[in-house]
Write a protein that binds this ligand. Structure first.
Ligand SMILES: Nc1ncnc2c1ncn2[C@@H]1O[C@H](COP(=O)(O)OP(=O)(O)OP(=O)(O)O)[C@@H](O)[C@H]1O
Ligand SMILES: [Mg+2]
Length: 262
């Protein structure tokens, strides 16, 4: 491997409060230019793993390095720097509905400029870049519309433009297509893949639909009960292989059912 990983997680353990380990010895690398699908059933720890990359998970063991920073031992000031370098896309888009599409994208620039920009307005360079990004995601014609007037697929494109506005080093997308129809899901994942491949920004995307992961990702990391059960190039995987992540979801129920029939 030539370039160092932008994200390097080793033996990560996370527990919320006095609860059980929800991540138990997780390893993860993200390299320049790759689109990595994060799979696993509900509660397997996908969101927690993403949160650990932005300092929002209670790490109890192991190591997490993000763009060269050790997240387990980071002064608050540095934490802000790391967060600014991580673009995030969410299931519910998280736009400010009453603001214009353009303003929503511009808020992505606040990460590097701080509150000064809120008072002084955005520079023309920022506005130009925001328009370029809206053009790239195919929403430039909606720039002055209120964000809430857009369809879900359009709003997610705006959210992606906003994430790019902060010039991220990596992008985390937690179930970005869970609220979208199949056609929009493909379009949004195609856009994220383009960001990974063309811009070289690694994208970690959690998904619940195997077919989407198989079609759009370069690599799959599959969690089950907080452990990595699958980690392989997507080309080596198929839906049957990935079913190990879900098959035994109701182990106890299954056992009961078998007993019932005995
Ligand atoms: N803030 C929290 N406090 C306590 N427990 C939490 C918290 N967040 C998550 N958990 C627990 O950690 C485990 C993993 O949750 P997580 O949200 O990471 O799973 P997930 O794979 O993202 O699930 P989903 O597919 O439903 O989004 C679950 O058992 C969950 O209940
Ligand atoms: Mg989740």
């Amino acid at each position: 491997m030539t370039a160092p990983a932008l994200v390097s997680v080793r033996g990560l353990r996370v527990a919320y409060g006095d609860g059980p380990l929800v991540l138990d010895g997780v390893d993860l690398d993200l390299h320049t230019g790759e689109m990595v699908a994060l799979l696993g059933s509900s509660g397997s720890g996908k969101s927690t793993l993403m949160r650990s990359l932005t300092g929002f998970a209670p790490i109890s063991g192991g190591s997490v390095h993000v763009v060269g920073h050790d997240m387990t031992n980071l002064p608050r000031r540095r934490l802000r720097t790391v967060r600014a370098s991580v673009g995030q896309v969410f299931q519910q888009f998280n736009l400010v509905g009453r603001l214009s599409v353009l303003t929503n994208v511009l808020t992505g620039a606040l990460h590097d400029a701080g509150p000064i920009n809120l008072a002084g307005g955005f520079s023309s360079a920022h506005r130009r870049r925001a328009m370029e990004l809206l053009d790239r995601v195919g929403i430039a014609h909606k720039a002055t519309d209120q964000a809430r007037s857009l369809s879900g697929g359009q709003q997610q494109r705006v959210a992606i433009a906003r994430a790019l506005m902060q010039r991220p080093r990596i992008v985390l997308a937690d179930e970005p297509v869970a609220s979208l129809d199949p056609r929009m899901s493909h379009a949004v994942l195609g856009l994220l893949r383009e960001i990974a491949h063309d811009d070289g920004i690694p994208v970690l995307v959690s998904l619940h639909v195997l077919a989407l992961a198989l079609e759009h990702s370069d690599r799959v990391v599959g969690l089950r009960h907080g452990q990595v059960l699958v980690s392989a190039p997507t080309a080596q995987l198929d839906a049957a292989t990935l079913n190990v992540l879900y098959d035994h979801e109701n182990d106890n129920e299954e056992a009961t059912r078998v007993d019932d029939h005995a």
